[in-house]
Design a protein around this ligand. Sequence first.
Ligand code: NAD
Length: 357
Amino acid sequence: MNALHTSIHHSAVFDHPEMGSHEDIVFVQDRKTGLRAIIAVHDTTLGPALGGCRVWSYENPSDALTDALRLSRGMTYKNSLAGLDLGGGKAVIIADPRKDKTAEMMEAFGRHVERLSGTYITAEDVGVSPEDMEAVARQTAHVRGTQATGLGDPSPYTALGVFEGIKASAKHVFGSSDLDGKTVSVQGLGHVGYDVAGRLHEAGAKLIVSDIHAPAVLRAIETFGATAVDPGEAHMVDADIFAPCALGAGLNARTIPHIQAKVVAGAANNQLQTPADGEALKKRGILYAPDYAINAGGVISIALATPGGGDKLVREKTLAIGDTLSTIFERADREGTTPEHVADAMAEERLAKGKTA
Ligand code: NAD
């Protein structure tokens, strides 16, 4: 008994610092394929919990649990603010995506998703390929974002939403959404960033681009007549708008004092390193478009696409991201608070009202 009491300490799970009002946390094991996963369902008030599956070589299960709890909560907020009738969830598989992942492992994961009877709906995330999701889909129908269920790659819709969000931000700060002649620093020219850069170029914006992957930079110089800078300098160039489209935590105590732009609006997830960084941007008079509000086009496309159904509804909801951001900015001004606080409040208000269309 004593041994059991010391090894399974009660505080390990239920007193976890990231434990909020999560509804289900499922620990999954399949010895045959080596699958070890955690599926976290945060909230199903608005509908089944939709959120991607991440495969990552976590150092220990505790880090995996932390990630699952945090990310699933984030999906509740993102889906709510995007006006989707979906709750928030997330799955993490503890494995090196390059070394450990197999089709059999993904199929085993699919069988466990199936057991949850649609409470959790899975999709692609970091470390998961379209082929992996096809393996999952062989075992469960509770999967989105495969070719069979929808529109495939969500990145073009993410980019469309980000572009709308940049226009809404420009309108709030400069009085017009016209980007002709405005200078935008786009950091990261991947699936989303390159597409955003293209849309900005078409709208007449001058581009300053950066990426650690040189060919992407060269392509942007040739195609859009962009100017290149070192990725580490993207935030400090003389631009009207800074669009972070690479990785997270780029807005922090080191970078914020050097930002020249009046607007920060881009696709990257988790842009603020800490909540204090949002306050710091506000103090400097820089408008920040909350990341999970502006980059929701991808999840909208995954959630609403139907087999052979076209993308009319997806485009409509994605274009509405601009209006949502305008509402957020106006309310933040009225209440003297930051846009990310208002985004959280709006997501919570919709949850409190329960399911509304
Ligand atoms: P991606 O991997 O295709 O592109 C990322 C790009 O950033 C790559 O070209 C990479 O070389 C570059 N990069 C990496 N580190 C960099 C650095 N320090 N400085 C400059 N460039 C750097 O990813 P993506 O799908 O385009 O996503 C970009 C961001 O948007 C990510 O933060 C992602 O989480 C977020 N996001 C993407 C989607 C989507 O639909 N793809 C949806 C929501 C949010």
